[in-house]
Every structure is written in C-alpha cells, then in structure tokens.
Unconditional design. Structure first.
Lengths: 131, 131
C-alpha cells in the first residue's frame, strides 16, 4: 500500500518556516506555538536548512547557545527532501537511510521545482498504514 | 511484516518518567534534556498519566499555566497502552484509533502486569518498515 500512495497524498501543506537570521529563542517559541517539531529555514525562496524542536530545546535548556545565536548558526544544512510524486516506500527509506542509531529522520521536506510544497512526517505515514 | 513483529522487539526500554507533584517547568526541562517527546507520570509504581513536550511547550510558551502548576494538573489521564506481546499492527491501530484530526498518538506506553516496560513510537515502527 505504501507503494501506491504518494508523498503528496499524506503531506502537510502550508509549512511554517523561519528565516536564517532569526534568534534561536524566537525559532523555538515558533515551534512550540505552532506545535510543530521542525521548521525549514528559508532564505527568501530558497531552502537553506532545518531546525528541530528536539535540538533547539535541548541546547536552550542546557544553556549551550550563546546569547544572540541565530538559526543559521545551528541549523542542519543537509536537509533530507522528497518529491511530492515519490511513493511512501521512498519516503520511509529516506527517513531510515538518513537517520542514525539515535533514530530515524522524523520529518522530510517536500520540494518540487526548488519550491517547498509540504512536510511529511513518520506520523503521517503511520496514519495511512492504520487506515 | 508488522504482524510478525512484536512491540517488545522495537520498543525503547529504560523509560524516563516524572512524578505527579513535579512542577510543569521541571517536567518540560526533563523532556528537553533527555530529547524525549513524552514522559509517563508515575505515582510510585503506578502509571497515572502522561505529559508531552508538545503540550507542555505550547502552554508554557503561551503562558497558559499558572505559576506552580504541577504535572498531575495538566497530564493526560487516559494513557493509551499496549502489551509487549502485542504485534505492531495492533500498535499502529491504537495510535490511529486514539488520535484525532490533529494527528495520531505518537507514543504508546508498554505495560505488562501493571508495570511499565517501555515506550513505542511511530518512529520505532517506521524504522522496522524501512529495514
């Protein structure tokens, strides 16, 4: 069934993003406010990175960032992306291939023609398996 | 394949928990420090609730809790549990059945003989699908 469904069928559209020069505290507040676990970092129209609630929260709570640290200083630059037309087998494979022993990549950014179209999460996939 | 694998094969053991009378700020810091997305609330040996990073973070950032709010005042009391011997189809079904339009239940507490044995997340399941 995962082979028959496409990323565009399950992704969340209307992605909330953040700018590279925003303060990490602002980014964390944005994550919490919108109840999302990651924010793609957009420099104008261009995807330049991603920040996660887990990373920012961990480092902020343990006081590991200097005052005034901005998103571009701490973001993950190697963003794992999929295409809206990719099937869910491809998405699951990418979540695993780019993860590590700590866990999979829980969210993939959906890109088409260099434009951000959505985000697909592990939860979005479990949701269609459970149908 | 999800039918052949059991919850105990993929769950995380050594669960980090919190006590009912702890302050919500302490609980949130614990979530962030350990990079986990939920904490089962244990009154001694008994599971009495669960708190999530999404809920606590959202309400703390938006200043929705009164000073001194404790975990038991805000925890989800209806904890969704599975047994270590349940297969993963059962786990996926529970994640979906107990979710709502906002999303699935991302983490299930694993209980056997009234004792907490682990936590199984949507990511744990995506990991074995991707193998």
């Amino acid at each position: 069934m995962l082979k028959e469904l496409k990323v565009k069928d399950v992704m969340t559209k209307g992605v909330i993003t953040v700018e590279p020069k925003e303060d990490v505290v602002f980014a964390f507040e944005k994550l919490m406010k919108h109840r999302v676990s990651s924010l793609p970092v957009m420099d104008g129209e261009m995807l330049v990175g991603i920040v996660t609630a887990t990373d920012l929260g961990h480092n902020l709570i343990l006081d590991k960032y200097e005052l005034g640290t901005t998103v571009d200083q701490v973001m993950i630059k190697d963003v794992v992306c999929v295409n809206p037309e990719d099937d869910l087998v491809t998405a699951v494979r990418k979540m695993n291939q780019h993860g590590n022993e700590e866990g999979i990549i829980n969210q993939l950014v959906v890109i088409e023609d260099h434009q951000i179209k959505g985000i697909v999460s592990d939860g979005d996939i479990i949701r269609v398996i459970g149908v």
